[in-house]
Design a protein around this ligand. Sequence first.
Ligand code: IMP
Length: 837
Amino acid sequence: MMDETLPPSEQSAELDTLMLIIKSFLEHLEYTLGKDKYSATRHDIFNALAYAVRDRMVERWLDTQQAYYNQDPKRIYYLSMEFLMGRTLENSLVNLGLLDDFRDAMNSLGFDLDVLIDQEQDAGLGNGGLGRLAACFLDSMATMGIPGYGYGIRYEYGIFRQNIVDGAQVEYPDNWLRYRNPWELDRQEHLHPVKFYGRVVERKNAEGNTVFAWIDTEDVMAMAYDTPIPGFGTNSVNTMRLWTAKSSRDFDLTFFNEGNYIRAVEKKMLSENISKVLYPADHIPEGKELRFKQEYFLASATIQDVIYRFRKNHSDLRLIPDKVAIQLNDTHPSLAIPEMMRLLMDRERLDWDTAWDITTRTFAYTNHTILPEALEKWPVWFLEQILPRHLQIIYEINDRFLAQVRQHFPGDTGRLERMSLVEEHWERKIRMAHLAIVGSHSVNGVAALHTEILKEKVFTDFFEMWPERFNNKTNGITQRRWLKSANPGQAGLISRAIGDGWITDLDQLRKLADLAKDRDFIHAWQRVKQENKKRLADYIFRNNELQVNVDSLFDCQVKRIHEYKRQLLNVLHVITLYNRIKAAPAGDFVPRTVIFSGKAAPAYALAKLIIRLINAVGDVVNNDPDVGDRLKVVFLANYSVSLAEKIFPASDLSEQISTAGTEASGTGNMKFALNGALTIGTLDGANIEIMEEVGRENIFIFGMTAGEVDELRRRGYDPRDYYHRIPELKRVLDQIAEGFFSPATPDLFRPVVDALLNQGDNYMLLADYASYVACQEEVSRLYLDPDEWARRAILNCAGMGKFSSDRTIAEYARDIWGVEQMEVRPVLEFRKHDGPA
Ligand code: IMP
């Protein structure tokens, strides 16, 4: 709506902006898409709108990129196999400061911007925390004016779409590019060959030195697609560059020569498979050849690009560490280390020592998991066949590294074996984490506890050798997406109370602490939460045909389904509540709606069975007239960034209940607390730091500590002790095992109980059960006092300053990368097109 309180000159500028938006939209509809009012589909409307928004970003993007060349700052390259970006339209408009203008413009054309926003497909190029972290980091780097790049793969199919059919997960392909991706710009000129297979030959050069050539390779071309990443409230727009595989033109001359045209084309097509699909396993490497190729594809294309860009302004490659920082998001892109060595030596003709010095001063590695089964190891024979030159380089790195170890720890052969980059079991494997540590100058964990565990348990040998290399960078989230965009009600309330400085300085939320005592503020806070809960209840009704009580406690556990995250412990509690209601149907119970959402890796049978169990328990509980609306169990299908944006604002209780010492950080925990949910959690990952920030009295902590978990394991853990000792627990497990929730197939859920009682209960659910249930009773008691609940929720939000990804990025920039924020002009005017500069 036109703001009539503005002076006439500003009203006319607003009108100007509105007209420009409308013109831009209509031009894209007609000229870019070739549509008119008769032929435009809803996708065309969305795309024309998106192009109009992208134009605004491109203006700022070109300015920013030119500034990077002109000022030549150190740049940071964030390499990640996953970028879980979610939707782009709303976030871009928020960051550009153009949300209201575009809303008005679309409104005047008869379109509802919110409907268009909700129509966008998620870019789901990630599995969970690691990929979403990368996306939050891009937002922070752009907002803070840090010359940063995200480099990844443009998967044609992102994370699968999850449907629930008869209670079970069914996977469907995520064909996210079907209606085009209007945000990206294809860069046909940014093309790098990526080599595979072939063999290595040695020869002497003119100076008599041995040089290596990797020949007879099968080459695949990596082609760049750029997505502009706008910062909030600045002119700065960074780049996310994703690679797609294209067959090289001279790919299979042999087949052409033999006249086998179809075979030649087939091989071309096969090479393009590399960027076809994201592997959907989180915390469980699949060990597949195609995945290995994907990892190298990202590494090689990116390092070639980095060197190419560096060379535009510099000739002395020894300056790379002064101008380039590379962060490895887990070990997935760590083949970039031997690739950098290969390019510096074989292509650029540097000697080993110089190349190694450049490489180690440039690279840094972030570890994301301590689950032993999740640490990547690639069979040596993969490298022998697919990357023979890299295997040589890795062996050489290892020889030199082990010599250093021998010097540090003479006579300690056990240590040599433990630290070697090569695992010598029946199948020899390369330990990618060891490669990443040895090839980097920094190794960081993602929460304080996690970093301590890395130092003391997982990489102790390395820590003893290079203590200075290890550091912690507690994860964070961007408040622009996770509060300002996702929860406009709460964001508006906060801004009215303390101003909007928190959008770029989240520590300012501390000012809310004073308001936690203010009755009016508390009531306004409760109204916002209630509105958000109504919206989610509508969504649940539309999607699950289930009516939930909006006055009930919305108790949410949304994340990947994994044994260590213990959704099953939550289910044990739900069944306990159900049994209690059934035992005293007239009793007083605090009503709860327990909401689950999350995907299971398609090959992870037990995780999929847990999804079935949740739905089976829901079937019984939700349809039992004795229960009424005092307990409901909801499984929301297809957890994604855009669904998360609906759930967090509506949540009362955040379930962060992993076995202590297993979750590296978690970031959902931060998103919940920022949106005014209280946490029930273990002392695991970043939960500990959340507790420190919000106060022990404002969070529900239960269960064993990481130390107690270790101690119990050492003493010998017998889950059956708990089963026999706790009657409510025994009852619940017997019900699951005997088919109470699956009467038609009574044995269906027996494997779930077997895992707990007969296979050792690896994640110690039974040991934490009593403490969890008691803690949930405290939660229920507090919920009976809504003002006190809201007071604590406000204090939780007030304590979230630390968990902005802006803080995390500032620490990476200062401690690891040595990059600086660039002065960016805070201009947000709508540029009338003045042609290329
Ligand atoms: P890239 O760094 O090669 O990916 O180019 C990204 C953008 O930076 C280009 O589209 C140009 O806008 C800008 N750019 C590239 N090279 C130069 C240069 O040499 N000087 C100034 N700007 C440049």
